[in-house]
Design a protein around this ligand. Sequence first.
Ligand code: G
Ligand code: G
Ligand code: G
Ligand code: NA
Ligand code: MN
Length: 254
Amino acid sequence: LTIEEQLRHALERDELTPHYQPKVDIATGKVAGFEVLLRWNSPVLGAVPPDRFIPIAEQTGLIVPIGTWVLRTACAQAGRWAREHGIATRIAVNLSIRQFYQKDLLQVIAAALADADLAPHALELEITESIAMSRVDVVERVLGGIRDLGVELSIDDFGTGYSSLAYLKRFPVQRLKIDRAFVRDLGRDADSAAIVASVVALGHGLQMRIVAEGVETEAQLALLRALGCDEFQGYLFARPMPAAAVPPLLLASG
Ligand code: G
Ligand code: G
Ligand code: G
Ligand code: NA
Ligand code: MN
């Protein structure tokens, strides 16, 4: 049986689970938010990693219903955390380019927030540079609409695509996430430190916060702090975790 056939039934069979990975404010050490990362446990195929099934979901269009479900589930979860545990945090949901071209995307986002009773600024959407570089009229309508809802935006995997900051300046983006390839090579090659320093300088010049992803060592974190990054995410602090692990983590970390 193929991944595609199994994926078609994964939603209705309740095989998909969002996990949550903390983003930490480098200056205060406090958890600033969580990225939502999907996990698929298929009874037929076992645990299938997202870098295998997300591309198939994108090719087949299944990412549209799956993406809507992730958005609604994560918003509902954050709404419950707020009501039941007094947790005010930000959740970041990945948005693929297929969803970006979905005609009712803005209504889907607005309904997810309303049904979850979640404040718009508690939601962030992570888009890739390819989205930001798409047809300019669509980009301005959709990103402008997301901004008008009060939802935040970040550019994911920054530095791996073709966007220029001059172009990004026109979009209502609050954060840039430096791709983990640059973080991995920090301290190993001088070029990666130079790239991180440039992204920080230009991003800060555009009033954006800089998030480093894939941080695994104290040495990387020390370099990122010295280079002026604002937030980090990575195994050094925590791996993506099931929702039930989030309230205890926040209680323990103050
Ligand atoms: O969790 P992991 O680092 O293995 O994720 C691998 C890839 O899958 C990353 O590019 C991540 O952005 C993507 N991914 C994980 N969950 C989602 C999701 O809910 N929606 C989309 N569009 N991509 C996701
Ligand atoms: O699929 P839908 O009818 O919602 O698409 C809305 C518009 O966006 C259509 O004009 C369609 O051709 C266009 N579109 C859909 N997907 C893509 C894409 O991946 N890239 C670009 N550039 N346009 C797309
Ligand atoms: O493309 P995107 O940035 O959404 O991908 C995030 C992916 O990075 C997820 O699959 C997540 O599991 C993974 N990830 C998160 N932290 C680390 C880390 O410290 N090291 C590595 N190698 N991967 C990480
Ligand atoms: Na992401
Ligand atoms: Mn990324």
